[in-house]
Design a protein around this ligand. Structure first.
Ligand SMILES: *Cc1c(COP(=O)(O)O)cnc(C)c1O
Length: 237
């Protein structure tokens, strides 16, 4: 193996074992958590190396790069869209992605639903929640989501399967814990108020700095980018 493959192999193994250890601490089965490798800043050959190691869930935050990579890489890959989604890119995005994590308004959800109907697709989505109150973060506030919930559940083609959040950027990952606990409690509350066809079984919470806390608090999807590519020269940085 060359350097690139060694680095990615070691990073990927380490993240996988940290996920397992967090599951054990929380009394959860390791199969209950999916690692979404966030590849938005990664070069294509790094992503290919990760796929060669068996990684099957990849996350992108921009539609053009998602489309390009979905066309080039294995059809077995499940693509996750995690960035801000512009309504004029919905049609293209739902063609190549399996789960959109970042639905942050009723208007966007209704657009996805309409286009899904026209395209005869049934995309799965998560509702993004902003629990930290940071103005730079997207997503529903907890109270806005609570009041919009009845309307959000009206969609007929889209499947709402859970919630997503981003914790505030802080040094101490422990500070993310109350945010993740709040997301889980909000999910439980909304599930109670949902029609039977809506099952909120996914919680997307935790990134490179705080994914273990996310898992301890019930994450089913963790979105890890920089920790997987540590030691490689990114075009971004
Ligand atoms: C970039 C990004 C991530 C990955 O962040 P890292 O800190 O690099 O792991 C996760 N979620 C979202 C929504 C992102 O935009």
């Amino acid at each position: 193996m060359d350097d690139l493959n060694v680095i990615i192999h070691d990073n990927y193994s380490l993240i996988q074992s940290r996920i397992k250890a967090a599951c054990l601490r929380a009394g959860r089965s390791p199969e209950s958590v999916r690692l979404v490798a966030v590849t938005k800043y990664a070069q294509l050959e790094w992503v290919q190396a990760l796929v060669d190691l068996g990684c099957r869930d990849l996350g992108e935050s921009r539609t053009p790069q998602l489309e390009e990579r979905a066309a080039l890489l294995s059809p077995e890959i499940r693509w996750h869209f995690i960035g801000p989604l512009q309504r004029n890119k919905v049609r293209r995005t739902i063609q190549c992605c399996n789960l959109i994590h970042s639905v942050d308004s009723l208007k966007l959800l209704n657009t996805i639903d309409r286009i899904a109907g026209e395209s005869e697709l049934e995309p799965e989505i998560l509702i993004e929640v902003n629990l930290s109150g940071e103005a730079t973060k997207k997503g529903f506030s907890s109270s806005d989501l609570s009041s919009a919930w009845g309307d959000l559940c009206q969609v007929s083609h889209v499947k709402i399967v859970g919630l997503m959040t981003m914790a505030p950027h802080v040094q101490d990952p422990e500070l993310a814990r109350p945010v993740f606990q709040e997301l889980r409690a909000l999910r439980d509350e909304l599930q109670q108020r949902s029609p039977e066809r809506v099952s909120l079984h996914e919680l997307s919470m935790g990134m490179s700095g705080d994914f273990e806390i996310g898992i301890e608090e019930g994450a089913t999807l963790v979105r890890v980018g920089s920790a997987l590519f540590e030691g490689l020269e990114s075009a971004e940085s």
